[in-house]
Design a protein around this ligand. Structure first.
Ligand SMILES: O=C(O)c1ccccc1N[C@@H]1O[C@H](COP(=O)(O)O)[C@@H](O)[C@H]1O
Length: 225
């Protein structure tokens, strides 16, 4: 089972090291002032530099202006920019062209009608991230630790390669993967002990759940056939 795993909103060397040691394919750093996970450009550059090719690096940003996009591309040089705001398909294409970076476009999903946006971004973004819609009262467009009904995604035919996020943790990740069949899974709040505080033990528990799934999957497939 090939599944990318992104641990997002990292901010300490210890938790970054745990994510890398357990085989995260992507590690993410958030630049959004209202977020408890916010890092400035210099701190993100340090973390990205320390990854040294062991995983793909992702900068999460919300409706960045051109100056900020240029700073990400020149001062951090991550593998990916995750655009988590209201960026139009044209804006996504312009950011991709100006930076040469891979773009992950986050789309908010609450009901089946929200899947219509996928077609608008499919050919401009390198990957889509299907995340929960911002809950009422939250000032964060992501990182709210709230899941949506993954069964909505069963209607995607064919399903584009996408990462699934929103309220995923060690307890529900197996159900999320079996329900939605994403090509990647993205977790932030679900490996925290408090908002913005990543927890090494919870990171291990998360990967332990994925390891159990990988062990069980062949027998499950055999029973189903
Ligand atoms: O984490 C944040 O604070 C954040 C701020 C602004 C945009 C996105 C943000 N987080 C991303 O949202 C998804 C889902 O997170 P969660 O697992 O539900 O907590 C993930 O990609 C976060 O990095």
């Amino acid at each position: 089972m090939k599944l990318d795993v992104k641990i997002c909103g990292l901010s300490t060397p210890e938790t970054l090291a745990a994510a890398l040691a357990r085989g995260a394919s992507h590690v993410g750093f958030v630049h959004f002032a209202k977020s408890p996970r916010h890092l400035d450009v210099a701190a993100m550059a340090d973390h990205v530099g320390s990854v040294a090719g062991r995983a793909e690096t992702v900068i999460v940003t919300v409706d960045p202006d051109d100056d900020l996009v240029t700073r990400f591309a020149t001062e951090i040089r991550p593998d990916w920019l995750q655009l988590h705001g209201k960026e139009s398909p044209e804006r996504v294409a312009a950011i991709k062209a100006s930076t040469g970076l891979k773009i992950m476009k986050a789309l908010p999903i609450a009901e089946a009608a929200d899947l219509a946006a996928i077609a608008d971004y499919l050919n401009v973004a390198d990957r889509l991230l299907l995340d929960s819609r911002r809950p009422k009262g939250s000032n964060l467009p992501g990182g709210n630790g709230v899941a949506f009904d993954w069964r909505i995604l069963a209607g995607l035919d064919p399903a584009p390669p996408y990462m699934l996020s929103g309220g995923i943790d060690a307890d529900n990740v197996v159900d999320a993967i079996r329900s939605a069949r994403p090509s990647g899974i993205d977790v932030s709040s679900g490996v925290e002990s408090a908002p913005g505080v990543k927890d090494v033990g919870r990171i291990h528990s998360f990967f332990d759940a994925l390891d159990r799934l990988r062990m069980e999957e062949p027998a499950r497939k055999a029973r189903a056939s």
